[in-house]
Design a protein around this ligand. Structure first.
Ligand code: BGC
Length: 764
């Protein structure tokens, strides 16, 4: 349940003519338009404002926020759907079973039949890495892992399963994907992002949207997606969730806008707005961002929903509105179509009053309604608003579990793998089966740290909500090695003192070959996940030091949403595996990688910082690296992460050669082919993500030292070679200039693949 604080009570520009009529594409008249117009002509002000109102499920459940049995209170349901005519309901308290969802959904839609125009209710849910709020759903790794997999196709497959299991639950609107670029690792929603790189966020984000929507929204395999949280949410100055963002527009456009642009182009149906403020303007109050940029510039035609309580917070928290009424007026005129109120009906009352007094024009209300009704028509709710049997059959198919393991395997990133001693024949990983290991640390026999936020509850931290089939690392390890080969010092619960027994670790480790030390973060979401320090907590560091002091090889397995600083213990660890929050297949994938059943191929989707005060992305500027020690004495040590962006080891080795460019010039209308030969020079088969970076040597805005422009993950058998070819054009080299225009300037460029460099000139 979202145990968020309940509200206690229950600059403007006229924004009418500039709003374009909603059409799916330019050109041909959409038949839905006529239906929408006919419906709108019959709707009262109250019905229209009701459509713009979204409330939390607790408002219709018996016992409200105290509900534990999913039973609807008929009087409360009538109040919401018939009296207040709400267009949308959201959320759940925990993972309900499919049957309960069907009952809830049917009751809601039955009630909607009692409204004057029988407009079905659009239910929205956060199915963030799988279906968060349906019990026994398949939970995939988080977006940060999808980015690490560098496998957009697999990520899209996960999205398709999420769509199916959401729809099977009778729900047709998913508040995902998060397209906020993760350039501030302290931010508690970092794991929900696709990491720090714009190209990855664009590519995988757009693929996920297609995964949700491309079958056609009427189809029982699809759901409407929601691009969120437009825009700039992910880089608060303090690193803390929902605190101010101070960002020049040039930066907003260079790094944060492109994933939304790509998502609009990929056909996303809806958008959710950033709860925070940028340069002193709450985004929910920004007509510039919500209308001028989102609608006129990006051409987005779909529905814009507020985030949780964010309209009233213009008054309560942001203090740009002097009353709740003014807050509603500001947000609706700025361009919000639907208010996630969600705890009461104040938005409805206030907006009806504003419309009746002419302070919000009917044209704005109609515009919002067109977008909402269009989503309802498109998702087939007017044809059949009830849960579909065809969709239900697609819940929990066996292949989903396999996919969860596959994507976890492809994302987990091997950060370090050294020899136990100088004379050892090979690196410590993969471990040899049949030898005894000690499993230690709070993450070793715990389930919630494998899943993170949005896992059978908002915070994901309630172990009893998880399916019986969810396995901890210890459980998988024991069935793989035999219980007698696993000595465990791990118990469930990150807070349990037993997990931090530094005094007994040496005794326990006496007869083992290696220590598998599971550290990191337990599940958290949003503000409860705010931390003051990125360093791994003291008790975990102490445990690691004790493990290292035993002299046995320590294999550090990190399950964490964001990169916690490990500088102090890193040198003592022989191997380090970054598992992120790997989901339902996570424990299996971790064991597979530790024992070489799978050859790791994940790559870091972010720069793993070494120091809390040195947060820098890989695409930093040239002067970020330069330190002038005395006049003329310069070092280039400015970028010194623990591990750089793109880092990720394999149990085999790959060699790159023969970088070729199809020409040494690129013209405005032309394209350039860049090819490279990649050979698996080791003795194991494996996958590798081949990455192409570019560098603009000189530009009117200081260029980044490099930018990722393309990648392609390939499989190579031991000894095999393949030629990988990329095609780039001028748009791949573009940047935002001082006039806030995206341009490519003529001049010299480099392309880099691994350590190979090619040069060409862009001639315009
Ligand atoms: C989050 C959104 C989420 C919404 C509905 C908000 O607190 O910021 O990402 O979709 O709640 O649960």
């Amino acid at each position: 349940m979202k145990l968020k604080k309940l509200v206690g009570f229950s600059l403007l520009l006229a924004a009418t003519s500039i709003f374009a009529q909603q059409k799916p594409t330019g050109g041909a008249k959409d038949p839905i338009d006529a239906k929408i117009d006919a419906l709108l002509a019959k709707m009262s002000i109250e019905e229209k404002v009701g459509q713009m109102t979204q409330v939390n499920i607790n408002l219709i459940l018996k016992n409200g926020y105290g509900n534990t049995d999913t039973q609807i209170d008929p009087a409360a349901l009538k109040k919401a759907v018939v009296d207040y005519k709400v267009g949308s309901i959201l959320n759940a308290l925990y993972g309900y079973d499919v049957e309960s969802w069907h009952r809830i959904m049917s009751q809601i839609q039955d009630e909607a039949k009692n409204t004057p125009n029988k407009i079905p209710v659009l239910y929205g849910i956060d199915a963030i890495h799988g279906v968060t709020f349906t019990s026994n759903s398949t939970l995939f790794p988080h977006n940060i892992s999808l980015a690490a997999s560098r496998n957009p196709e697999l990520a899209k497959q996960c999205a398709k399963v999420t769509a199916k299991e959401t729809r099977a639950s009778g729900i047709r609107w998913n508040f995902n994907p998060v397209l906020d670029v993760g350039r501030q690792p302290l931010w508690s929603r970092f794991p929900e992002t696709f990491g720090e790189d714009v190209y990855i966020a664009k590519t995988i984000g757009a693929g996920v949207i297609k995964g949700y929507e491309e079958d056609g929204l009427k189809n029982p395999t699809a759901v409407a997606s929601c691009m969120k949280h437009y825009i700039g949410y992910s880089n608060p100055k303090s690193g803390k969730d929902r605190t101010p963002i101070l960002m020049p527009e040039i930066e907003l456009r260079e790094y944060y806008l492109p994933p939304f642009k790509a998502a609009v182009d990929a056909g996303s149906s809806t958008v959710m707005i950033n709860s925070s403020e940028i340069n002193g303007v709450p985004v929910h109050a920004s007509k510039y961002l919500l209308t001028d940029v989102l609608r006129k510039e990006l051409g987005f035609k779909g529905l814009a929903v507020s985030d949780w309580e964010d309209i009233i917070r213009l008054y309560e928290r942001h203090k740009v509105a002097s009353s709740p009424r003014e807050a509603v007026k500001i947000a609706v005129l700025a361009g919000i179509d639907m208010s996630m109120v969600p705890h009461d009906f104040t938005f409805f009352d206030l907006l009806v009053d504003l419309v009746k007094k002419g302070e919000v024009p009917m044209s704005r209300i109609d515009e919002a309604n067109k977008r909402i009704l269009r989503t309802k028509f498109q998702t087939g709710l007017f044809d059949n608003p009830y849960p579909e049997e065809a969709a239900k059959k697609l819940f929990g198919l066996p292949e989903y579990g396999k996919l969860a393991i596959d994507i976890a395997r492809e994302s987990i990133t091997l950060l370090k793998n050294e020899k136990v001693s100088k004379d050892a024949a090979s690196a410590v990983l993969p471990l040899v089966k049949g030898k005894k290991v000690l499993l230690a640390g709070p993450g070793g026999n715990n389930i919630t740290n494998l899943h993170g936020c949005w896992s059978y509850s908002w915070q994901g931290d309630v172990a009893k909500n998880y399916p019986k089939t969810s396995k901890t690392i210890q459980q998988v390890l024991e069935s793989y090695l035999g219980a007698s080969n696993v000595i465990s010092a791990s118990v469930e619960g990150f807070d349990r003192k037993k997990n931090y027994r530094t005094d007994s670790i040496a005794v326990k480790a006496k007869d083992v070959d290696a220590i598998i030390l599971c550290l990191g973060e337990d599940a958290y979401a949003e503000q409860p996940g705010v931390i003051d320090d990125l360093t791994l907590p003291e008790n975990q560091l102490e445990l690691a030091k004790a493990a290292i002091a035993t002299g046995k090889p320590v294999i550090l397995v990190l399950t964490e949403g964001r990169p916690r600083i490990i500088r102090e213990i890193e040198p003592g660890c022989t191997a380090i595996v970054q598992a992120y929050w790997p989901g339902s297949g996570g424990a299996q994938a971790i064991v597979d990688i530790l024992y070489g059943e799978y050859n790791p191929d994940g790559k870091l989707p972010y720069t793993y910082p070494q120091f809390t005060g040195d947060i820098m992305t890989y695409d930093h500027k040239f002067i970020d690296e330069i330190q002038e020690l005395s006049p003329g004495r310069i070092t280039y040590n400015g970028y010194k992460p623990q591990y750089p962006f793109g880092h990720g080891l394999s149990y085999t080795t790959f060699e790159y050669s023969n970088l070729k460019l199809s020409a040494n010039t690129l013209s405005k209308a032309g394209s350039l082919k860049v090819s490279v030969d990649v050979k698996n020079t080791g003795s194991r088969d494996g996958k590798v993500a081949v990455e192409l970076y570019s560098k603009d040597l000189f530009a009117s805005i200081t260029p980044s030292v490099k930018r990722l422009r393309a990648f392609n993950k390939i499989f190579l058998k031991a000894g095999e070679s393949k030629t990988v070819e990329f095609t780039i054009n001028k748009d791949d080299l573009a940047f935002v200039n001082n006039n806030l225009k995206t341009v490519t300037e003529k001049g010299e460029f480099e392309v880099m693949i691994d350590k190979l460099v090619g040069k060409f000139t862009y001639t315009e």
